[in-house]
Design a protein around this ligand. Structure first.
Ligand code: ZN
Length: 248
């Protein structure tokens, strides 16, 4: 069930049964020569929507621009400052809380978002706590899960890609997007086959160290069939974890 494809009476009726919502959160940033700019937003979105359809979980619109400063030397990347992202997440949370949502499960697709999401949760909790005793607003709980850390998912990725998984523009994440959007699959020559790895600093330095945008990966191995296996494991784990969070 998607919030954007629902009417307000349907959401009001859903709130009578469940106060929990699943929010995909990611980034719009370069993903190497064959990966889509939307990869880090599309992966949690693809997984969340399938879990939503299978288990009646309400899925919010995707928070699809995040912390991508270090990818800004590549065309198409869009980034938020940490302070902007925290402010936007707070407004999303307060809007949902206003309607009665009490459990926000954020499914993240971008490692670079983690520190800012954690800081945003702290800001959100400050707002709730500063409201003081005796107020009549509902409580609010946030949970963060990176999709690749859902139980069992990395085991599937390691089986599929024992070599060249790397850390950015990975064959696993590219496969997930190609499963969601088969028409996006493309063959692109890459050299060296496995990209260099190292630190992440500013945007210019990133492009110098990783000229085609990949870090330690060989995404030429990606396939929609591999993506289907990864998504299937992720959806199963996500439903179990979301339901536990919603019931806790
Ligand atoms: Zn990524």
């Amino acid at each position: 069930m998607q919030l954007q494809l629902s009417t307000w009476p349907e959401i009001e009726a859903h709130l009578a049964k469940s106060r929990a919502i699943l929010i995909p959160i990611g980034s719009t940033e370069q993903h190497g020569p064959n990966g889509l700019l939307g990869t880090d937003a599309l992966c949690p979105e693809i997984i969340a929507r399938r879990a939503g359809d299978a288990a009646g979980i309400l899925v919010a619109p995707t928070f699809n621009v995040g912390q991508a400063q270090h990818h800004m030397a590549f065309a198409g990347t869009i980034t938020l400052r940490p302070s902007t992202m925290i402010a936007a997440m707070m407004d999303w949370a307060q809007s949902l809380r206003r309607h009665g949502f009490e459990k926000l499960y954020w499914l993240n697709g971008h490692g670079g978002n983690i520190a800012t999401i954690t800081a945003a949760f702290s800001e959100i909790y400050h707002g709730v706590s500063f409201a003081g005793a005796g107020h009549n607003q509902p409580p609010l709980r946030c949970s963060l899960r990176n999709w690749w850390e859902l139980p069992g998912v990395m085991d599937v990725c390691r089986q599929l890609f024992p070599v060249g998984e790397g850390s950015h523009a990975t064959p696993s994440e590219v496969s997930v997007t190609w499963f969601g959007y088969p028409e996006a699959a493309r063959q692109v020559a890459m050299s060296p086959r496995i990209a260099p790895n190292g630190p992440i600093l500013d945007a210019e330095d990133f492009r110098r160290r990783y000229p085609d945008g990949r870090m330690g990966s060989d995404p030429s191995q990606a396939s929609a069939a591999a993506g289907e296996k990864i998504v299937s494991a992720a959806v199963k784990a996500l439903i179990a974890e979301f339901n536990q969070f919603a019931a806790d």
